[in-house]
Design a protein around this ligand. Sequence first.
Ligand code: GAP
Length: 435
Amino acid sequence: MSSQATLEKIVSLCKRRGFVYPSADIYGGINGVYDLGHLGTLMKHNIRNTWMQSIQTDLGDIIFMEGALLGPEAVWQASGHIENFHDPMVDCMQCKKRYRADDIDLEKACPHCGNTEWTDIKQFNMMFKTNLGAAGSAIAYLRPETAQAIFVNFKNVMSTNRVKIPFGIAQIGKAFRNEITPKQFLFRMREFEQMEMEFFCRPENTGKFFEAWQKIRFDFYQKIGVNQSNLRLRPHEKDELAHYSSQCVDVEYQFPFGWKELEGIADRGNFDLSQHIKHSGKDLSVHDEATKESFVPHVVECSVGVDRLFLTLLFDAYTEDDVEGEVRTVLKLHPKIAPIKAAFLPLSKKISEPMLKLFNEVKKQTGLQLMFDESGSIGKRYRRQDEIGTPVCFTYDFDSETDSSVTVRDRDSLKQERISMDQVERYVKDLLKEG
Ligand code: GAP
């Protein structure tokens, strides 16, 4: 994380520049729920794309799916979420403020009012429950993780995709948790999005794939520009493990509020498939033709929140530097993540037409998100692009009329070079090249 980034600065930038708004803002917002603006929508889309690419490896096929957000009670009964998906909750006896018991030190005073008396710790189930239909007799839950839709569809996926163990099923979608204390902006939300991949393998190969996915997932963050010194892998202690996992390693990021989980890589064993076999009565085992035996596959899970990664990337990219005696705020986002790939700026409105033509042509040819901006001084326009992380700006000036060239300005180095207008399309495409 850049030393200048604070939560307040990130929240303010997100609202000011249209990345993220508090949901239902004109009604005072709703705690732990956010809406995305234009730039946030584009950036989130880029995050999803890079993740989908990153899980394609030589370890096995990856099949994509999209499950429903509502799940019947039976699913959550089987998965253990009704019984186990609790957070410990405690209230201050004086000011009645509510906390997650594992977030505070109960030996110390209430951070809000200074009182030292607490209620007993109660377990609070974090799932949102609802009733279906007019009679409302059928109970359903908004999913607290996307993973269960994968386990429930395991047989459907296997039979329709002709895949063999080992292979993965991946999904991106919303998850809902009634967090006791949603906080730190996009870090802990009540409605959020997960990118999850369940990798099914033979039991004896779980260890090998558990190791391999840790490396792949750690490398992914570096490839999309996250500073290595802000990343670490941390194995879970036994008492931290979720009810379904036997071992887990987190990719952690150093936020201003400490080292926190960004992604969890878990060995879920055959817990989930076995539970669904037991509760549904359906056979979810796999038959191995070579050995003539059937077995219930084991699972290595990689799970990261899109919004939490979004926040991480903003923290990591946020920089304030000094340019000619003025503070410049810049998001040094990887070009693949940056919402806008390049800006097209005519120096003066009087000569905007050839630049608008070039902008439209490059946009049409590349299909990329580009921006045309002709209002305000060129310095202000550069700053606007820096603040939203646009990797390059092309400027058309009075010389361009005679030499058919534009100036390219690099966001991070501030270096400027002159290139021919017919090279601009190539230049933009090259920004997104691997390597
Ligand atoms: N299927 C496994 C699972 O859901 P988890 O550790 O509870 O495991 C996985 O969640 C990831 O989802 C986390 O690493 C985090 O990135 C994200 N996540 C979890 N709860 C979140 C919340 N309340 N707000 C935002 N992201 C969250």
